[in-house]
Design a protein around this ligand. Structure first.
Ligand code: PMP
Length: 449
């Protein structure tokens, strides 16, 4: 290991993981990383890891895909950045490509910013100006970002200790098919019944100034929760009935990850505003919001303003276009379905052998594996999860564990859509071994799962 830089990391960086467990184990600065290509990330010692989180769920076409490298070179020849009032031609081209080939329904006007948090700030700002309201309904287990507005509607976020959140946010219980809120009832019926109750509560509580319902079509950070179509259709109806806009945050679900162009297309429910980010940049920072011409015309008439240093930057747009082109050329949406099916079948087989795998779920290559200490009670395996995750990493596989006390211990598995059969086989073998070794270790020390 390059000790000098590791020491520099410990001395000079702010720790932001918020996770004492991993910090105790040497933490995020123990190993520094050097490079990434395709599915493989390499540390400073030359050790390779299979990256089954695609970076931060972003590198869908594989790390440092030649098309992205070429796009950055091209931007270097043309322009990386311009005055925010100058629209680069590549930005117009990206907006046209999105409207023509990727977005459902009437979504046709886009704007480009830098991150997912920011695209949700932008989406909420549009909804507020359009409706004249400010109240927002958000799903339990949601993650929309860290900035004030996006953080306020992120129920999953660390909410304690950071002051007063934005006013007007109410929560809708999410449609969890594995842990339905109403026990003993069909999970879909439970989700719809609880939604109806939540809306009744909101209708009593509202100041009459609703602006939006915001939802991830599949809750990713919340534990890869795939709702039934009826739930998203009910959100659409709820928004319409209250004069609120429906925002889909498709940071992860758009552009192939779930085996469809968008979550909206997969579920057949079209929002008024779509927020896009991670999977559009394939690992480089870009955020976008798309909406209808009617909404855009209206807010423009009301002097809509959202001006940042990096709005409409040509570098990000060049990369976004390259990502969309690569998805088509390499038929990666089809591939997400094909490889997702392959991986899911193998995880199902693992579930047959490991009682601690309570549930395997997902769409395309966005997969959740829920670890429980007891299948009947579904008690989350909060010790096993992080231990097995560490063992996976030590064996060369990066997967993400969601282990908020109230949300279970869920592995989020999301390799690049370019992942090979062989890489999936290797990952499955590592997961298998890590689970078995962790169970042995916990049994030896008589520790609860
Ligand atoms: N929305 C969703 C669904 C996300 O998963 C994330 C990031 N985890 C965000 C928004 C925030 O994006 P960013 O971290 O780029 O601000």
């Amino acid at each position: 290991m390059d000790d000098s830089h590791s020491a520099a990391a410990s001395e000079y960086l702010i720790r932001y993981g918020g996770d004492k467990y991993f910090q105790a184990a040497g933490g995020m600065f123990n190993t520094l990383f050097h490079s990434a290509r395709g599915t493989i990330v390499t540390d400073v010692n030359g050790r390779e890891y299979l990256d089954f989180t695609s970076g931060q769920m972003s590198a869908t076409i594989g790390h440092n895909h030649p098309a992205i490298v070429e796009a950055t070179r091209l931007a270097g020849e043309k322009a990386f950045h311009l005055f925010s009032g100058m629209i680069p031609e590549v930005v117009a081209q990206l907006a046209e490509t999105l409207a023509r080939d990727w977005l459902p329904g009437q979504l046709r006007r886009s704007m480009f910013v830098s991150t997912g948090s920011e695209s949700n700030e932008l989406a909420l700002r549009i909804a507020k100006l359009y409706t004249g309201g400010y109240e927002v309904l958000a799903l339990g287990g949601s993650w929309h970002g860290i900035t004030s507005g996006a953080g306020a509607v992120s129920i999953l976020g660390d909410r304690r200790g950071y002051g007063v959140p934005l006013a007007g946010v109410s929560m809708i219980p999410e449609a969890d098919m594995y842990r339905p809120y109403l026990p003993g009832v069909d999970p879909e019926e439970s989700a719809l019944t609880v939604l109806e109750l939540a809306l009744k509560m909101f209708d009593m509580q509202t100041t009459g100034q609703g602006s939006a319902i915001i939802a991830e079509p599949v809750l990713s950070g919340g534990g890869v929760i795939v709702p039934p179509q009826s739930f998203l259709a009910a959100l659409r109806k709820a928004a319409d009935e209250r004069g609120m806009l429906l925002i889909f945050d498709e940071a992860q679900t758009a552009f192939g990850r779930i085996g469809a162009r968008t979550g909206a297309a997969h579920f057949g429910v079209t929002p008024d505003i779509m927020s896009l980010s991670k999977t559009l940049g394939g690992g480089l920072p870009i955020g976008a919001v798309a909406t209808t011409a009617t909404i855009e015309d209206t807010i423009h008439d009301r002097n809509f303003a959202y001006y940042t240093s990096h709005v409409s930057d040509p570098l990000a747009a060049e990369v976004g276009l390259a990502v969309l082109r690569t998805l088509e050329e390499e038929r990666l949406i089809e591939r997400a379905n094909e490889m997702g099916e392959y991986m899911m079948a193998q995880l199902d087989a693992l579930q047959q052998r490991h009682d601690v795998i309570g549930d395997v779920r997902g769409l395309g290559l966005l997969i959740g594996v829920e670890l429980v200490s007891d299948r009947a009670t579904k008690r989350p395996a909060h010790r096993l999860g992080p231990l097995a995750t560490e063992k996976c990493l030590a064996a060369g596989l990066n997967v993400n564990i969601r282990r908020k006390a109230e949300r279970g211990a869920v592995w989020r598995i999301a390799p690049p859509l370019t992942v090979s059969h062989d890489e999936i086989d290797q990952a499955i073998a590592i997961i298998d071994r890590s689970l078995a070794d962790s169970l042995d270790e916990l049994a030896r020390t008589n520790t609860e799962l």
